[in-house]
Design a protein around this ligand. Structure first.
Ligand code: SF4
Length: 195
């Protein structure tokens, strides 16, 4: 084998790296496996559900910061939850890219309102958003709720408002959301995961 000056330095550098790792008591395979462990060792773990589709895979989100007063918490790594019965630690490419979704500059983090005829969205508070949604729903239901159809059959339906639920909900919160909205007479009920 012909060894160039460049190859010679590469071989020496990798040999030095391996022997240094071996001197610390690791085999090179163990040392490589430990890199991932060190990256996550001091992170806070939070469990959540992938918001993209109705498979609802379980996630573990790793964030920096120990929640002390001056520590700024930030999510830096997301992986599948190995204890979750749906995905057993796996994620599809969409779920595997969730950390970019979280830090996207286009991510909507607060309610916005666009007045009729306006081209501009304006930020509003959560209180204002909930009050406005509740007011509009109440007014619309009072105006359009149908208790009986033309033949006198009881139908109790409200066809002029629809509701889109979130796919990151648990079974329990999905069940309660469905019950609450069906009880108002809403028929147009769907899930964001199917959009
Ligand atoms: S990881 Fe993929 S399959 Fe699982 S919920 Fe997210 S989008 Fe759906």
């Amino acid at each position: 084998m012909q060894v160039t000056r460049r190859t010679f330095f590469k071989v020496c550098a990798s040999g030095l790296g391996s022997s240094s790792i071996a001197m610390l008591g690791f085999s090179s395979n163990e040392a490589l496996a430990e890199v991932r462990e060190f990256k996550l060792a001091r992170s806070s773990e939070t469990r959540n559900t992938c918001p993209y589709c109705s498979v609802s895979c379980g996630l573990i989100m790793h964030s920096l910061g120990d929640k002390s007063k001056n520590a700024q918490s930030a999510i830096f790594h997301i992986e599948g939850d190995p204890d979750h019965p749906v995905n057993r630690g796996t994620l599809c490419p969409k779920g595997a890219g969730l950390v970019d979704f979280i830090h996207s500059p286009n991510r909507l983090k607060y309610p916005e309102y666009r007045a009729p005829g306006s081209t501009q969205w304006q930020r509003i508070s959560w209180d204002d958003a909930f009050t406005r949604v509740a007011r509009l729903m109440k007014d619309d239901r009072d105006k359009n709720f149908t208790a009986q159809n033309a033949t006198g059959t009881t139908v109790n339906r409200w066809l002029t408002t629809g509701f889109l639920a979130a796919s990151a909900s648990s079974n329990e919160s999905g069940y309660i959301t469905h019950k609450a909205f069906r009880s108002t007479g809403v028929l147009a009920f769907d899930n964001q995961a199917r959009v």
